[in-house]
Write a protein of this length. Structure first.
Length: 371
């Protein structure tokens, strides 16, 4: 193996599978058991949801926000919640909020395609990237002088830490190998969670696109777990673990590139899977518990309050009267205003004014999401 040089394109990036026997390592196997159990619990918990898509959409939004923060794209919860409660507001949102919303839409678009085709393809990965970046471009061209640098807010900002592979047809070869590794379980018989860990490193090392690789790679993780039946819906809030352990993430990625140190990287990703699964379960349990408590309280106070209204109130952190009208079938502004005022009176929702617009906050849901 050549001495690794961060400023020279990593054109000798090995094809998958890894040349290290990670499947028989006792420490990795112990971590794998814990991660598998925790992930299975999430999948079971998803079936408890009265409307899985409703709550999963909320969790996907949190994942989208945190995932973009890893790449130093920040938006406030307030701006984000307003945008998703109003399509006009979403169109006119600031660039950072739009980036977050595009991540969520890319996740759902990829999920819908995978439901039909049940296989990861390079064309699917490109479409996810195109949705995130709102572009029609494909892999970065061989002449693009793409390098990975330390972020501006960090020590030694601007220093080159990695130069991804660069050359005519090289990215195509590496990406074809990556999807073949993921899909062909006869040729590459490996536990799917371990495959996800390996493939995530390989995707980040290939760095196939000009920008948005981190977000595309994290969506790919979820979609792959779904394709293998380990998740019934694309929900695993993994980005929060990465944000909290960002230095370890990049250090262990780098260690595989420089020293072929697969074990620390695999252990890191398995720990991320286990702890993320536990966090996701906690979120689901807290939301379900709060939904039940709110429903019991409200139906004793408000005659028209129903299970469907309760689910709508917990479908997103901010609500507008038009959504309530859709659920109840009421179109009169007077009636809807009366309904919203009752929800405010009984502290189920809290009004917030933004110019001439009034949004109604579900503070219980926001507390759970931001806790």
């Amino acid at each position: 193996m050549r001495k690794f040089d961060r400023q020279i394109p990593h054109n000798d990036l090995p094809l998958l599978p890894p040349n290290e026997d990670i499947e028989n390592n006792p420490a990795i196997l112990k971590r794998l058991v814990l991660a598998t159990r925790a992930l299975a619990t999430v999948n079971g918990n998803l079936n408890r949801l009265p409307n899985p898509l409703m709550l999963i959409n909320i969790l996907a939004l949190q994942e989208a926000k945190t995932s973009t923060e890893i790449e130093n794209i920040f938006t406030t919860e307030d701006e984000l919640y307003k945008a998703i409660s109003d399509t006009h507001k979403e169109t006119n949102s600031n660039p950072s909020t739009k980036e977050v919303l595009r991540y969520r839409e890319a996740l759902w678009a990829g999920f819908k395609e995978l439901q039909e085709k049940q296989i990861i393809k390079t064309s699917l990965i490109k479409r996810i990237f195109n949705q995130i970046k709102q572009t029609t471009s494909g892999y970065r061209p061989p002449q693009a002088q793409v390098v990975i640098k330390i972020g501006e807010s960090e020590f030694r900002s601007g220093e080159i830490i990695y130069t991804p592979p660069r050359g005519e047809g090289l990215i195509d070869t590496l990406m074809d190998n990556l999807v073949d590794f993921l899909n062909d379980d006869e040729k590459y018989p490996m536990d799917p969670i371990l495959k996800m860990c390996v493939a995530h490193y390989q995707f980040e090392a290939i760095h196939p696109f000009q920008d948005g690789n981190g977000r595309t790679g994290r969506i790919l993780n979820l979609l792959y777990l779904f394709s293998k039946g380990l998740l019934s819906q694309p929900v695993l809030y993994m980005s929060k673990f990465i944000v909290l352990n960002k230095e370890d993430y990049y250090f262990k990625l780098g260690a595989v590139k420089q020293q072929n140190a697969w074990k620390p990287w695999i252990e890191y990703m398995l720990e991320a899977t286990e702890k993320t699964s536990k966090l996701t379960n906690t979120r689901i349990n807290e939301i379900l518990s709060q939904m039940e408590s709110t429903h019991e309280y409200a139906k004793g106070k408000i005659k028209w309050y129903s299970k469907e209204v309760n689910e709508a109130i917990f479908s997103q952190p901010y609500m507008k009267p038009s959504l309530l009208g859709t659920i109840t079938g009421k179109t009169s502004r007077t009636t809807l205003t009366k309904y919203m005022n009752e929800l405010v009176h009984y502290n189920i929702l809290t009004p917030r004014k933004d110019g001439v617009e009034v949004y109604y906050m579900n503070e219980d849901l926001i507390r759970i999401l931001e806790g």
